[in-house]
Design a protein around this ligand. Structure first.
Ligand SMILES: NC(=O)c1ccc[n+]([C@@H]2O[C@H](COP(=O)([O-])OP(=O)(O)OC[C@H]3O[C@@H](n4cnc5c(N)ncnc54)[C@H](OP(=O)(O)O)[C@@H]3O)[C@@H](O)[C@H]2O)c1
Length: 259
């Protein structure tokens, strides 16, 4: 990614009603950027906009709805005067053995965590192409690198999102649109309370990062022009171990997830 200034940037941020998306929207606005924030809960978007000195506007809707996605992208010229940065943070998880998980949850998770961000990115390319130092930020996960028991559908979505991000990064080079993949580890947010199915596993409770720390890492990555950001030392080691010592990490994960 090329170096960029956050001041004056025009950004669309999904998942802006809580956690990582909200923290990124706030961090961009605090540095003088202008944000169109979106998610489903309008009362939260209204609160977010009210606390932003006019830097955050909002549009409520479900990102799995193709008509809403098209409307959102079409509104960018009127709302922000264009688009420089698309941040795709909305997402959900689900916990449980794949064999016995509700059948609908695979489709729902792929629709929210993979298809919606992919289609928003596709729809936004033409607007980004005429933006200033344009970029797309995908919020993936360290579970986009490493399989994890009871997380098969989520891992499937995040592995696929990483493949998509890495592929369109190459395609969009000729348009000078940068693509940054952010892969957080366990983060304090509403994520664990709003799972599509199952309940929070014990291993996720130890020392998770704060959403604001993830947002700061994202902004640092944007300013420096990084193509990939893995916030947090232990999360970087987790990903490194998945590449260098896959069997060892598998054994460690089996132990941690069963203890
Ligand atoms: N928290 C973690 O431990 C962790 C770790 C690694 C990666 N991540 C990733 O980080 C991203 C953000 O998660 P988070 O931790 O910030 O979770 P969060 O606090 O639960 O936030 C999720 C956001 O997604 C929005 N959303 C969910 N379904 C939606 C839909 N159908 N249409 C529109 N918006 C929708 C929610 O808003 P509404 O409900 O208002 O629509 C909310 O704003 C996700 O992609 C997640 O996979 C999280």
């Amino acid at each position: 990614m090329s170096d960029r200034n956050i001041k004056g940037i025009r950004a669309l941020v999904t998942g802006a009603t809580s956690g990582i998306g909200k923290a990124i929207a706030q961090a961009i606005a605090q540095r003088g950027g202008n944000v169109l924030a979106t998610a489903r809960r309008s009362e939260r978007l209204i609160e977010l906009a009210a606390s932003s000195d006019g830097r955050i506007q909002w549009e409520a809707g479900d990102q799995t709805d193709a008509t809403f996605r098209e409307h959102l992208i079409a509104s960018l010229n009127t709302r922000l005067g264009g688009l420089d940065l698309l941040v795709l943070a909305a997402g959900v998880g689900g916990i449980g053995r794949f064999e016995t998980s509700p059948k609908e949850s695979l489709e729902s998770m792929l629709a929210i965590d993979l298809v919606a961000p992919a289609e928003l990115a596709r729809n936004a390319i033409a607007t980004l192409r005429v933006g200033n130092r344009p970029g797309i930020v995908f919020i993936g996960s360290i579970l986009g690198y490493q399989g994890f028991p009871l997380h098969a559908e989520y891992c499937a979505a995040k592995f696929a999102l990483r493949g998509l991000a890495n592929s369109i990064r190459l395609e969009l080079q000729e348009d000078s649109i940068d693509v940054m993949l952010v892969s957080p580890g366990p983060t304090q947010s509403e994520f664990w309370n709003r799972l599509l199915h199952g309940s929070r596993p014990h291993w996720s409770r130890g020392l998770p990062m704060e959403a604001s720390q993830v947002a700061e890492a994202v902004l640092r990555g944007l300013v420096k022009g990084q193509r990939e950001v893995i916030p947090g030392f232990s999360n970087r080691w987790f990903v490194r171990a998945s590449i260098l010592f896959p069997r060892l990490l598998d054994r460690f994960i089996q132990k941690v997830s069963q203890s």
